[in-house]
Design a protein around this ligand. Structure first.
Ligand code: SF4
Length: 341
């Protein structure tokens, strides 16, 4: 891929300016947006309702695609991992998870991650760089191309590589294109952004109102959470819970709390009782995710009966809780395992 900026990195305003600077009326920008987000065009030549002159001028300064598909790996459980090349040679991953009649794409927001959560392989590699809006969006576009028209994506979760709120501007720009009338037109109800708890950005995310919130919680105890997730030292649990209580929710909307269960660390019945008390006044559901072991991991997967007991304590305290078995474990696509190919 020649090293030019992808046109998918442009905001709608920037795109209008780019079109005008080519001597064309601004409404052509809407045609281009339709080709990018609905038509899944991979080249300017496919945009057949634009003049040849405009296509050539845009092609001199911009690429269409921000990513190239390096390879796709299929799991025995139906999950599909997409590995993409960035223009600078780095790689990122997305995972398609078909389940319960839904086709959910787990999208990355950064290449690597600086936050070093102890249960996460991505965090071990450190942060390489933030993704651009075009690189976030192209994970969706290239997955849709691979799926074909009969297998449309139903849901998007930003839970892949990276901490979305540490790349807020690009994530916000991408969410506008995903939900926009002239973008992909998806409902915010089908999009979830998961944070490890970057409190200073949670207010901005709530005001944006373009996706549902998930929070990676993992312990009801401030000190244990700091041991599992260093990000908790600067974003302590009491302040994080206060930010969750302030988060604006629409009718019937709930916050999802992700809870990676670590053998002997956060999986006792007393932890479940403390967790139930912690979230009791927040409209929420809890996803319990038994830890996926990887080589060199310092944690172990808890036994299934302990996971069941933990869930029952939550249910008995009127907290909605599901056990989420990670998908794609055989292709290193399970939760916390991206970037480990
Ligand atoms: S779990 Fe998320 S925030 Fe934590 S290190 Fe992994 S990618 Fe980063």
């Amino acid at each position: 891929m020649e090293n030019m900026e992808s046109i998918k990195n442009l905001t709608p305003e920037d795109l209008r300016e780019a079109v005008k600077s080519c001597g064309e009326p601004a409404f052509r920008a809407k045609q281009i947006e339709r080709w990018l987000w609905r038509g899944l065009a991979g080249s300017f030549d496919e945009m057949t309702d634009l003049s040849k002159g405009l296509r050539e001028k845009l092609g001199q300064t911009h690429n269409v695609d921000a990513l190239t598909l390096d390879k796709e790996i299929k799991s025995s459980d139906g999950s599909r991992k997409f590995i993409f090349n960035l223009y600078d040679g780095a790689k990122i991953e997305s995972v398609l998870i078909p389940a319960d009649g839904l086709r959910t794409l787990c999208v990355s927001s950064q290449c690597g991650c600086a936050l070093a959560c102890g249960f996460c392989l991505t965090g071990r590699r450190g942060l390489i760089r933030n993704l651009t809006a075009g690189e976030i969006l192209d994970q969706i576009i290239l997955a849709r191309r691979a799926l074909g028209p009969d297998d449309a994506l139903t849901n998007i979760v930003m839970m892949g590589m990276g901490e979305p709120l540490m790349n807020f501007d690009s994530v916000a720009q991408a969410l506008k294109a995903i939900t926009g009338e002239f973008g992909m037109g998806m409902s915010y109800r089908r999009i979830t952004v998961s944070t490890s708890g970057i409190i200073r950005k949670m207010g901005d995310f709530g005001r944006l109102g373009l996706a549902k919130l998930a929070v990676s919680l993992n312990s009801p105890d401030n000190e244990i959470r700091s041991q599992i997730m260093p990000v908790n030292k600067k974003n302590p649990l009491p302040d994080l819970m206060a930010a969750c209580r302030r988060h604006p929710l629409r009718p019937r909307e709930r916050i999802t709390f992700e809870y990676v269960m670590l053998d002997g660390v956060n999986d006792a019945e007393s932890d479940a009782r403390a967790l139930a008390a912690l979230v009791a006044d927040i409209p929420c559901k809890i996803n319990l995710i038994p830890f996926n072991e990887f080589p060199g991991a310092k944690y172990k997967t808890p036994p299934a009966d302990r996971v069941d007991k933990f869930r029952r304590v939550l249910l008995n305290n009127n907290i909605d809780a599901l056990v989420r078995q990670s998908r794609g474990a055989d292709i290193s696509a399970a939760c916390g395992c991206l970037g480990g190919e």
